[in-house]
Design a protein around this ligand. Structure first.
Ligand code: G3P
Length: 217
């Protein structure tokens, strides 16, 4: 499973990248706004920190505008993935990007029918939003399972990028449901490392080791 950071905080990204466990980054207009920085600048900086795919989202809502913006974003670095909304216009643009060899992440996916269209348009990734479905009383993880089944039925290459992740259990459940990737906010990514029994067990190991008076080096 590929693990992406859902963030525009480059300093935090550097810290996580040092673990060797970060496979890519996703951004969106809200995260860019939160950064308070020019979009092209922050995407260029992220692409220097992270070797893997970096999703940068268009702002246009018509396909022609998406194509113009997406081509400009793709020109920033070879690892830029152009993110487009899962709308009719976004799928038209996705088809053209596919023909041009530009990688795409079709986002704001909330149904299996939408995900089917994204795969038919040749999307590199589709981003089903688990947390936002949960927020509306639906079972967001069921969508991951449905998309997995459909993509396997027809051997679609589009990768399922589980998004709108709210907890470490979302990551585990998405992995069990067969998502190819998950894009994870930094605080949730940090939670993946932790378990109280690990911390307690290590404390006990260190205490018992200290009593031996030994040194390995
Ligand atoms: O960036 C895409 C997605 O992960 C954002 O989800 O619900 O946390 O805004 P959300």
């Amino acid at each position: 499973m590929q693990l992406f950071l859902d963030s525009t905080d480059v300093a935090v990204m550097r810290d996580f990248a040092a673990t060797g466990l970060v496979d890519g980054v996703t951004t969106n207009p809200s995260l860019i706004a939160k950064s308070g920085r020019p979009m092209l600048e922050v995407i260029a900086e992220i692409c220097q920190v992270i070797d893997g795919p970096v999703s940068a989202e268009v702002a246009a809502v018509e396909s022609q505008g998406m194509l113009a913006e997406g081509r400009k974003l793709a020109a920033i670095a070879t690892n830029v993935v152009v993110k487009v909304p899962l709308t009719r216009e976004g799928l038209i643009a996705t088809g053209q990007f596919t023909r041009e060899g530009i990688q795409t992440n079709v986002t704001l996916c909330f149904s299996a029918a939408q995900a089917l269209l994204a795969a038919k348009a040749g999307a590199t990734y589709v981003s089903p939003f688990i947390g936002r479905l949960d927020d509306h009383g639906a079972q967001g993880m069921d969508l991951i399972s449905e998309i997995r089944a459909i993509y396997d039925n027809y051997e679609y290459d589009t990768e399922i990028l589980a998004a709108s992740i709210r907890s470490a259990s979302h990551v585990t459940a998405a992995a069990l449901a067969g998502a190819d990737c998950a894009t994870i906010p930094p605080d949730v990514f940090a939670a993946l490392f932790k378990h109280p029994l690990t911390e307690k067990g290590l404390e006990q190991f260190m205490s018992d080791w200290a009593k031996t008076g030994q040194s390995i080096l």
